[in-house]
Design a protein around this ligand. Structure first.
Ligand code: ZN
Length: 62
C-alpha cells in the first residue's frame, strides 16, 4: 500500500485491488504525442509526481 508523503493517507496506482478507504491516484494526461502525466493525491491534492512518455502514433497506444 502506497501512502501519500504529505497527508499519509493510503493511495493506490492503477487498478490493483485495494481496501475501500483508499482512492486511486488522480492521473491527468496532457499532450497528444508527448504525453505528460501528473499524479496527484486524491485526499490532499498534493502533486505526487510527474512522468511522461511518447504515445500516439509512434507507440500505438493512446
Ligand atoms: Zn495526500
Amino acid at each position: 500500500m502506497a501512502k501519500c508523503p504529505h497527508c499519509k493517507k493510503p493511495v493506490r496506482l492503477g487498478k490493483e485491488a485495494a481496501p475501500s478507504d483508499s482512492q486511486p491516484v488522480r492521473k491527468e494526461v496532457a499532450g497528444t504525442v508527448k504525453k505528460e502525466v501528473m499524479y496527484s493525491c486524491p485526499h490532499c491534492d498534493c502533486v505526487l509526481g510527474f512522468s511522461f512518455f511518447i504515445g500516439g502514433v509512434l507507440m500505438g497506444r493512446p
